[in-house]
Design a binder for this molecule. Structure first.
Ligand code: FUB
Length: 459
């Protein structure tokens, strides 16, 4: 059985200045990087890289997917694509982007090529935003042996023409054919100038010269209001986020300034993705702000912003608070345990049968689920699907804070295995109506793992 295990990384959150009222970083169960948002059918997905725990370089093995419908609770869809899914790749699962066309989902990634020894661009395809994805070509989409080939970004214009941009420190672009898995014509290079990107082309820069900016990597290409935007990590390292705009998809570009200036993000790289969702605009980026986070242990964060009336960007700063919920969560359906606004201590695992579930639950760990709408119905019971090879433990359901009133206490028994699932239910101790943040506080024997949690519901 396929098993990909994510080691929990949270120690004392408070010691790192994180609290359960903060929304950033948005994922706490593992390190996540290089966010690429995509909206499909009322759901916002983010495609991310994954920094390994304890890494001393970008030794990244897989890409991950998360989704939200309320901007507060994020569902972990695990890793539907990894280096081993590309026979020709062997290292560096770096910054991805997924786009939809005609019901197919095209997942563009950079990775190290065994064929040429450089970085190459690959494309995988799937029938759903969460995969499974398969290498669409069995070979790279673009591979010329250069280390420049990283960070692909793809946009399909109103006339149906798709474009791909990528590159560090040079910017390359090409048209994609309607099949999305082949390049139409030649790959071009954007020759950088001070007017277009803040500095001359890498080969033409004068040592120690002070430029307005320097394109570095991580382009994010899209169109809004008839204008084309190229956002990118800039300034060498440490990186900030800057952007250029154009009236055409292939330039000429005009340097527009910084969006997220250099600041204490705890990470010397930054990498952005932008999308509108439910009539709001969101700027995704990464920081090193989880416990044990840093330059090789990054985490995705998000800020809401409003475009200026002329379509330019305001300055966006990194916050711990993040964004406000834009919808509520229905507790009367099956809610995946890996849907959460915040967690402490827990991790996630996935297998072919159960999908993703919450693991590494120890005494004192907890999960927060935000903006849960109980309406005027008064639920009578709380139930959960759990598995434990040991003696299980207890889920205390608390309202509004980790110290809030306990409205249910569900005992989880030993089930004979970490994937031997059993549903149990417990009556509610108090009347619950209205909208609340709820906390699942896990209790049991100090030391060992208590149980795994697949889903929960109120009835
Ligand atoms: O995550 C690995 C690399 O770091 C990305 O490809 C770059 O954009 C930078 O974020």
């Amino acid at each position: 059985m396929e098993l990909r295990r994510i080691i929990p990384i949270m120690g004392s959150l408070i010691a790192f200045g994180l609290s359960s009222s903060a929304q950033n970083p948005v994922i706490q169960t593992c390190f996540t990087t290089d966010p690429a948002p995509m909206v499909h059918n009322d759901t916002l997905y983010i495609y991310t890289g994954h920094d390994e725990d304890g890494a001393d370089f970008f030794w990244m093995q897989e890409w991950r997917v998360y989704s939200t419908t309320d901007m507060a609770n994020w569902t972990d869809h695990g890793s539907p694509l990894a280096i081993e899914d590309f026979t020709w790749g062997d290292d560096r699962a770096w910054a991805p982007q997924c786009v939809e066309r005609n019901g197919k989902f095209y997942f563009y990634v950079p990775l190290h090529s065994k064929l040429t020894g450089g970085m190459a661009i690959g494309v995988a395809v799937g029938d759903s935003p969460t995969g499974p994805f398969k290498d669409a070509l069995g070979k790279p989409l673009f591979d010329n042996g250069s280390w420049d080939n990283i960070d692909p970004t793809v946009f399909i214009d109103d006339d149906g023409q798709a474009y791909i941009y990528w590159g560090n420190p040079r910017i390359y672009y090409a048209k994609l054919n309607p099949d999305m898995i082949s390049i139409d014509g030649e790959v071009g290079e954007i020759i950088q100038t001070e007017e277009s990107f803040g500095a001359p082309d890498p080969g033409k820069r004068v040592k120690d010269a002070k430029y307005r900016d320097i394109y570095t990597e991580g382009p994010w290409f899209y169109k809004r209001g008839g204008k084309y935007y190229l956002l990118y990590a800039a300034g060498g390292v440490p990186e900030h986020i800057a952007y250029s705009m154009s009236d055409s998809p292939t330039g000429p570009w005009k340097y527009m300034g910084e969006i997220m200036p250099l600041q204490d993000t705890g990470s010397f790289t930054n990498h952005c993705g932008v999308t509108d969702y439910k009539d709001r605009s969101y700027f995704f980026y990464h920081t090193g702000k989880l416990p044990r986070g840093g330059g090789f242990a990054r985490s995705v964060a998000v800020e809401e912003f409003k475009y200026n009336p002329d379509g330019t960007f305001p300055t966006i700063n990194a916050t711990a608070e993040g964004v406000k919920p834009v919808a509520t969560l229905n507790p009367y359906k099956r809610v995946e345990a890996e849907t959460m606004a915040f967690s402490s201590g827990v991790g996630s695992e996935q297998n072919a049968k159960t999908g993703v579930y919450v693991s590494d639950i120890h005494n004192g760990d907890y999960i927060k689920v935000a903006n849960v709408d109980f309406s005027s119905k008064k639920p009578e019971s709380f139930g959960a699907m759990a598995a434990s090879a040991l003696r299980g433990g207890t889920i205390e359901v608390r309202m509004d804070s980790i110290d809030g009133p306990v409205v249910a206490s569900l005992d989880i028994a030993g089930t004979g295995g970490w994937e031997s699932w059993m549903y149990s239910e417990s009556p509610l101790k108090a009347e619950v109506t209205g909208t609340h943040d709820i906390y699942f506080l896990f209790k049991g024997r100090k030391g060992p793992k208590l149980f795994n949690l697949d889903y929960w519901t109120f009835k």
